[in-house]
Design a protein around this ligand. Sequence first.
Ligand SMILES: [Fe+2]
Length: 160
Amino acid sequence: MATVTSTLTINAAFLQEIKEDNRQLQDLFQQTLMLLNRPRRKRVEPRRIVRYFSWLRDQLALHFALEDAYGYFEDAIAEAPRLSEAAAELHAQHDELFQEICELIEEAEQLMYHERPCGYRETTELAIRFYRFHAEFQKHETRENELVLDAFDQDIGVGD
Ligand SMILES: [Fe+2]
């Protein structure tokens, strides 16, 4: 039973530690969405988009590092091996999501340095790509939360 106690402690510490990081990350996502949702989107300076995307990249780096530092629910999954495949898949998504925000920055920089025309259409395309990225990230977070709850339920013996 000592192992079960240890697992529950680690999960609680993990959830507490990333709480603040999550709040900052969600705030930053909301601010970036508001920036891109302006009715006169073509007036948004690419420099500002690059700045917000870069802040997001840095916050995401911290977010993923925190999750990885806690062994990515390793101990909880040790108690529920059937979850390990889903955990590995979610873990791999960290690299994919990080790659995507880096590509978004590159695109915004191309607009900023006038390597591509910077009209309403180009900014809208960039905004749409960002909306998709945000949706993918939210989906990833939801699946992670479900995984933790699933492992937790199994630890305390209420899972299937
Ligand atoms: Fe994650």
